[in-house]
Design a protein around this ligand. Structure first.
Ligand code: GUN
Ligand code: FE
Length: 428
């Protein structure tokens, strides 16, 4: 048993931060046994690690990141989606046919995710089996919680970076079969987006969803041009979302993860609700190549689930804590230009980046009894000279902090060191 003392902050509900000043987290076998404001007699003889004024918070979840695009982070940010895909992303991703390239980039990616406190991730990869298999093994060795899958694309893609339909389906099924028995890292269907996927490919993936009871990640109504193109290619369906529904990709019991969701129609809203799907808000990506802002507050009011993603490389920072701050920031922009009460606050966004994102992993995302102790110790970022409530330290970290302010990282109750993990995974 271990006991950690500090200022505990967790978002147990969308509207509220739970703050326990000078509280105690009792951890046993990797799980939180109790969260207490004072220590009862029974624990008096136990060893206590005292983090003083520092914060103990849940580790972050990134529900939309392109692992392969870590190599192009911060590049092409002045482009819009289609130019960015054609000029930067497709040529760069095609490099993952070289396993040495893949290994170097994926190892750095994992080290950075861990450094920045993201322990639960849903990743896009590329169309290359070996590289995707390698990423899977690296995530497993790093002890992370993850879903990942081979990217499917069989049309409207460059000749040097496209699969034949049956090849794409065969590789995907092989990947699923060979990676289906891992506790923490799991396969998920990953069609890039409707415009690069034929009907035969999507229908085939729909069959795999049923056969292997899988979840789905893809991009949904991410720009007006994308939504219009999807409709043009699939005129028999009413909207982008219906393509996935009608072709059977939502029939598995795994998580349904839709990135961006900038322009949800009533059809998308019905689908998101009916399938208990998560929309992933990626504030940086949305301010760069996507160029539109998710109507997050309106969607929450309709009871829809929203988590956060970095969408690296369409987004440029790897820390979800920055996305927490940016989600609040850009909601004010949306409100300013469109009106109609669109702002969300820091607590709302922190909930998205921890509790909601963590909810698709097993008992992750909260500092709460019964949850895994997947947690971060953040140095208290307040100035002694200027007394403020402890929750302000969290706000300052999200807006102003970085990985240097993360003093300790725990996965399943065990301390981890991102540099050591890097040394291990680069050996695979
Ligand atoms: N839509 C299709 N491919 C991509 C991609 O790689 N990134 C983002 N953000 N949107 C996409
Ligand atoms: Fe994306």
């Amino acid at each position: 048993m271990e006991i950690y003392k500090g200022n505990i902050i967790s978002a147990d509900s969308y509207d509220q931060l739970n703050v326990i000043e000078n509280g105690y987290v009792v951890v046993e076998n990797g799980f939180i046994k109790e969260v207490l404001s004072s220590l009862p007699e029974e624990y008096k003889d136990e060893k206590i690690t005292d983090y003083g004024d520092d914060l103990i918070i849940p580790a972050f979840s990134d529900l939309h990141i392109h692992g392969s695009q870590y190599a192009q982070r911060g590049l092409g940010m002045d482009k819009l989606l289609f130019d960015w895909l054609n000029e930067y992303t497709f040529p760069q991703e095609s490099n993952f046919r070289d396993l040495n390239y893949a290994k170097a980039i994926y190892a750095k990616l994992i080290r950075e995710l861990l450094r920045h406190g993201t322990f639960h991730v849903i990743l896009f990869t590329t169309i290359h089996y070996e590289a995707c298999d390698l990423l899977f093994k690296m995530l497993d060795k790093a002890g992370m919680y993850a879903y990942t899958g081979l990217v499917n694309m069989d049309m409207n893609s460059p000749d040097y970076y496209v699969d034949k339909t049956d090849e794409s389906l065969a590789k995907t099924e092989k990947f699923i079969i060979e990676h289906s028995d891992n506790e923490k890292v799991k396969p998920i269907l990953t069609p890039r987006f409707a415009p690069t996927c034929s009907k035969t490919l999507l229908s085939g993936l729909g069959e795999l969803a049923k056969k292997y009871d899988l979840g789905l990640q893809t991009h949904l109504v991410e720009s007006k041009a994308e939504a219009a193109w999807a409709k043009e290619l699939y005129p028999e369906f009413g909207s982008d979302g219906e393509i996935y529904e009608k072709l059977g990709l939502l029939q598995g019991s795994g998580p349904k993860i839709f990135a961006h969701v900038i322009f949800p129609s009533e059809v998308e809203e019905r689908i998101l609700s009916e399938y208990n799907a998560i929309s992933v808000h990626c504030p940086d990506a949305t301010s760069s190549v996507i160029a539109g802002i998710m109507p997050a507050k309106k969607m929450k009011e309709k009871g829809l689930r929203i988590a956060l993603g970095t969408d690296v490389g369409a987004g440029h920072f790897i820390g979800i804590y920055h996305q927490v701050a940016r989600a609040a920031q850009i909601s004010k922009m949306k409100d300013f230009y469109e009106g109609d009460d669109q702002t969300i606050n820091l607590a709302n966004a922190f909930y998205m980046g921890t509790a909601e994102g963590g909810s698709i992993f097993d008992r992750a995302g909260k500092i709460k009894k019964g949850y895994r102790f997947n947690a971060l110790v953040i140095e208290n970022m307040l100035d002694r000279e200027y007394e403020r409530p402890i929750s302000d330290a969290l706000e300052r970290f999200c807006y102003h902090g970085d990985d240097r302010n993360i003093k300790e990282r725990f996965i399943d109750g065990k301390k981890i060191d991102p540099d050591k993990v890097y040394e291990e995974i680069i050996e695979i």
